[in-house]
Ligand binder design. Sequence first.
Ligand SMILES: [Zn+2]
Length: 213
Amino acid sequence: MRIPDDKIEEVRATVELVDVAGEYTRMKRSGSRYKGLCPFHDENTPSFTVDPEKNLYHCFGCKAGGDLFKFVQEVEGMSFIESVRMLAERAGVDLPEGDAPEESDKRAGIHHALRFAANFYFKRLMRSDEGEAALRYLHERGFEDDTIKEFGLGWAPDAWDGLLEAAQEEQIKPETLEEAGLVKARKKSDGYYDRFRGRIMFPILSHVGKVLG
Ligand SMILES: [Zn+2]
C-alpha cells in the first residue's frame, strides 16, 4: 500500500512535532527552539531539541534526530507507514483506503461476522419456538420458505446477548461485531449488547451473495 506523497506532505505541514514530542517529554521554549529531556536516552539535563520552523528534532546527547515521522517511528516502535497513518488520523487527513494486511484482515473479520450473524438469525427464524411467530407472519405476507432462504431473512431473538453469546462460541470478538454494526458497547458498564432484538432481519445481499449489513 502506497500513501501518496502529497498526503504525507499534508500531514507534515499540519502536525507540529513539538506538540507530538510534548506528549512524551516536557518541552520548554529556549530561543528559537524547544528543549526537553530526551525520550530516547536517560538524562537529567535537557539535550533534546525541536526546531519548530523545520519541524525537526535533534538530541545533542544521543545524536537521535529526524523529522516528525521518524520521531513517531522511534518512540512508538512503528513502521513508517504506521507513523503516517497515526499522524494522519491526528491531523484529520484522509488517506486512501488501504490494502494493508491489517486493513484487509479487519474487513475479512467483519465480513465473517456478518455472515455468521445472517446464518444465526436465519436459524432462529426457521428452527426456534421464538421464530415461529415471525415465520408465520412472513408466510402470511406471501414469503415462501425458498424466498426466505434465498434472501437470507432471519429472526433476531428478543434478548440482549443472543448473538453475542453465539458469536463468542465461534470466537468472533465483540469488537468485530461492533464494527459490523451488530452489537453496541454498553454506556454505563463494560461489555456489549445485541443491537437487533425481537425483530425480523432483512440482510442486504450484494449480487455476489455477500452480506453487506
Ligand atoms: Zn537523546
